[in-house]
Design a protein around this ligand. Structure first.
Ligand code: TRP
Length: 857
């Protein structure tokens, strides 16, 4: 800490001290000097701060001796090229016949070592002179009109804070941090690079576009990384993208932390990793990464490293190939290539930076006198891959920004000098004094400047920002196995929302040399037929797929919800579409056909019996047993058998009405006949004498009348039913949701049970009477059979009720027609089997004597 303080105070050696007290000036000494890398005199001097080294050694914190000069490590040829671009621009302007014609620009270029503290030192050094004597501080004019710099936002913040009190404007060529948009905090800050607000928007759109819903974020430990991640998180809110992890690479890289981050990357299913960082910390991080054998990572690079040629070596391709990101706008600087060639140790024998450049490019020692372990340069050095970091001028991006920044200052100065006294922008319409320009006066002109450079218009908005434009850059394999930065699209922030991003997807080569878009999701996508179910306590992007319930469908991948099918529809097996529900009724399928066959067989059997009886109508057994009633019963039974047929087939208005009515009337008829018969039997045997009154009252006519009236009763009930509330076909969707069951609603339940009850009543009555008559004498007492048949009849129908109520859909009909058939068969067999047996097989027993039981054995 004390170290830092000493340095600040030692360098803060400011003008007013000298101005107000000349005698003090003598004791005013520069405590620590810091030499510019390059400098040139001129009428107006501008400063340039570049990160000519990647990093510096940690300062020594011991305060018991004078702190040694800072040691910077890792020469950065790319930043050196930027610095040279600034010199080129100044020289061009000085030679120009249009800009600043009678004036020259000077510059001081300092190294910040990509470190905020050193940037601060550079800022102070650029304000101070090199020594007390040649310091312009003590003249009236400002020593410095503007500063071009810095690169990293973290350094720019510090530099801006130092320049602010003096109102010295600065134009940054690479500091994109959104934080600079706060005009109150950074009133003198301008930049020729878009604000990161746009970049994070672009990255968010990219993630959404490629459906990367589960991504990792890695950033460096600086304002740039912090604000960019913050901005991206904000931008991702409300999109389908979730962040799997956020990691920070320490400013001074350490391997243990790096490996921890890699472990997170390896274990996460987020294959897309967005990195807001720069070469400084990325280089050691990636070196470790390449030893870790982590596969399938798709990098999304921020503008800070997406065009960093340090990573273009072929050793990086297997790990970084396919990287995609947004690069800042490129431009073309005609003379840059030639100019860079002129920078060599021969031209600058005393410049340590040039020597370092040579060491970095060719790995040799360019200056014989200097102490170096490297072999001496021969002058015919081979071009090494590192060379491209310096000489790569095919598409300068940051260098182009530097170039624009210098021109912006030159144009502003030019405008300032053109000011007509009396119509100037300052107090009382005054102009700036040409020989004593204040930096704040220049700031005014920078804010207003608009000019054209290589066909591009340059200006600054009220926040000092410039136009948001990015190239989409994809890292593809070059011919030599190296990485080439291929432009595959663009992002134009001035376009209306939604149209900013334009990508030629077919030109993109993804990570691991693949042409399919990599997948980076937490939960695999849910196919149609299922829906997402968010896991508790996890981000919304992590979900399980749950199949839709039956009756619900989802027809899109990744549906959030399954939707109900409309009423008459039901989900198909896969739950991907609604199909019309299956309609169910007792059709002529196997069940229907069986029932039909049984009923036809029953009816035929009955007719056969009828035939036998008719044929043998004159035999005793037929005559004794009241042949007329027998025929009636047989006729009714035929109808009973046949009426089960109306229960088969699709219910229609007619068949519904017929079903229960025909059934109940025929059964009523049948049982009435049996009842008649029972009465006759009872009467015949209870009559004491022949010709008794009872028999008179039960003659054939009366019998018919009884049958008729008993049946009529049922007919009346049925008529009332049909008129009042007739049964109707009814589409039952409730019983089974997947089917529509077409059934006959009973209309009136009361009527239904009345009808059944009436039959039941008849049957019971019949049963009781027959039961009373069962023991009456006679070899062929029909009462026994009638008792038995009624017993069966009642049993069948009692069993029918619970079966009917509990059977679903079409089975209810089947049960009913089964009950009809079973009871009909019961009646047929009980009443007629034994008679047919005697008629056909035992004709000898078919005599009156035998039947009356009077036959002598
Ligand atoms: N746009 C970055 C920034 O604003 C670029 C950058 C340059 C950078 N140097 C850096 C980022 C060093 C991180 C570290 O900071």
């Amino acid at each position: 800490m004390c170290h830092t303080m000493t340095r600040i105070s030692s360098l803060l050696w400011l003008c007013h001290v000298c101005v107000f007290n000349i005698s003090v000036a003598k004791v005013c000494t520069l405590q620590n000097s810091f030499h510019p890398g390059f400098m040139a005199e001129g009428d107006f001097v501008i400063g340039g701060i570049f990160p000519l080294h990647y990093n510096q050694e940690m300062p020594d914190l011991n305060c018991t001796y004078k702190p040694p000069p800072v040691k910077c490590n890792g020469f950065d040829p790319r930043a050196f090229r930027w610095a040279q671009t600034m010199r080129l621009a100044v020289e061009e302007i000085n030679h120009s016949s249009e800009l600043l014609t009678n004036y020259t620009l000077g510059y001081k270029i300092l190294d910040s070592c990509a470190y905020p503290l050193t940037g601060q030192r550079a800022a102070l050094a650029v304000l101070n002179g090199m020594s007390e004597d040649d310091s312009p501080m003590c003249s009236n004019a400002s020593p410095l009109l503007a500063v071009i710099g810095e690169s990293g936002s973290a350094q720019s913040i510090v530099v801006s804070r130092i320049l602010q009190p003096f109102r010295i404007p600065m134009i940054s060529y690479f500091s994109s941090c959104a934080c600079f948009s706060d005009r109150k905090k950074y009133p003198t800050f301008f930049r020729v690079i878009p604000n990161d607000d746009y970049q994070v928007k672009a990255i968010a759109q990219l993630l959404v576009r490629f459906n990367w819903t589960w991504v990792g974020l890695v950033r460096g430990d600086h304002e740039y990384g912090r604000f960019a991640v913050q901005g991206l998180l904000k931008e991702l809110q409300g999109t389908k993208v979730c962040v799997a992890y956020q990691e920070m690479i320490p400013l001074l890289y350490n391997r243990r932390r790096g490996l921890e981050i890699m472990e997170v990357m390896r274990s996460s299913s987020a294959k897309v990793v967005v990195v807001f960082s720069a070469e400084g910390e990325m280089t050691p991080f990636l070196k470790d990464y390449m030893t870790q054998n982590i596969t399938g990572i798709q990098w999304v690079a921020s503008e800070a490293w997406v065009t960093a040629s340090v990573f273009s070596g072929s050793e990086y391709y297997p790990h970084l190939g396919g990287t995609i990101g947004f690069g800042i706008k490129k431009g073309y600087i005609t003379r840059l290539g030639d100019y860079l060639q002129t920078v060599n140790p021969a031209m600058y024998p005393d410049n340590p930076l040039v020597q370092e450049l040579w060491e970095a490019l060719y790995g040799c020692n360019a200056i014989p006198s200097s102490p170096s372990r490297l072999p001496l340069c021969s002058g015919h050095e081979l071009q090494l891959p590192q060379h491209s970091a310096y000489m790569n001028i095919s598409s300068p991006r940051v260098a182009y920004n530097v170039y624009k920044a210098v021109y912006a200052i030159a144009h502003s100065l030019h405008n300032l000098l053109l000011c007509q006294p009396g119509s100037g922008p300052f107090e009382n319409n005054s102009c700036a004094q040409n020989n004593n320009i204040y930096p704040w006066q220049l700031q005014y002109y920078i804010q207003e400047v608009t000019f054209n450079i290589a066909g591009e218009e340059v200006n600054f908005d009220l926040k000092g920002d410039s136009v948001p434009y990015y190239d989409v850059i994809n890292w593809q394999r070059g011919t030599a196995g190296n990485i080439e930065f291929v432009t595959v699209g663009l992002y134009d922030g001035t376009k209306p929302t939604g149209e900013e991003l334009m990508i030629q997807e077919d030109r993109i080569m993804w990570a691991r040399h693949q042409s399919e878009v990599p997948v980076s999701v937490c939960g695999a996508s849910c196919p149609p037929g299922s829906r997402k179910a968010v896991r508790r306590g996890e981000p919304v992007c992590c979900f399980d797929c749950v199949p839709c319930d039956s009756g619900k469908v989802s027809n899109q991948t990744n549906s959030i919800e399954c939707t109900f099918c409309p009423d008459e529809f039901w989900s198909n097996k896969d739950r991907t579409a609604c199909i019309s529900k299956e309609v169910e009724f007792l059709a002529y399928d196997s069940l229907g056909i069986t029932l039909t066959v049984i009923s036809v067989v029953g009816a035929s059997l009955t007719i056969a019996v009828c035939g036998i009886f008719f044929y043998h109508r004159n035999t005793a057994i037929v005559r004794v047993n009241n042949s007329e009633l027998s025929f009636f019963i047989l006729f009714a039974l035929v109808l009973c058998f046949l009426c089960s047929l109306v229960f088969i087939g699709e219910p229609t208005a007619w068949s519904c009405m017929l079903r229960h009515t025909i059934f109940s009337i025929t059964f009523s008829l049948c049982i009435s006949c049996i009842l008649g018969k029972t009465l006759v039997v009872l009467a015949a045997f209870t009559a004491t004498r022949p010709g008794d009154n009872v028999m008179k009252w039960l003659g054939p006519r009366q019998q018919r009348a009884i049958i008729f009236s008993c049946t009529l009763m049922q007919v009346i009930i049925c008529a009332a039913w049909l008129i009042g509330a007739p049964p109707q076909p009814f589409r039952n969707t409730q019983y089974e949701h997947s089917k529509i069951i077409i059934e006959c609603s009973v209309g009136s339940t009361l009527a239904f049970w009345c009808v059944l009850g009436y039959i039941g009543l008849q049957a019971c009555l019949c049963f009781v009477l027959a039961f009373l008559a069962r023991n009456l004498p006679g070899n062929f007492n029909e009462a026994k059979f009638i008792t038995f048949s009624m017993l069966i009849f009642c049993a069948v129908w009692l069993a029918f009720i619970p079966a009917y109520i509990s059977s679903p859909g079409k089975y209810a009909n089947a049960v009913e027609s089964f009950a009809i058939l079973a009871s009909s068969f019961g009646l047929l067999f009980c009443l007629f089997a034994s008679k047919c047996y005697i008629i056909l097989l035992k004709p000898e027993k078919n005599t009156k004597q035998h039947l009356m039981g009077k036959e002598k054995k």
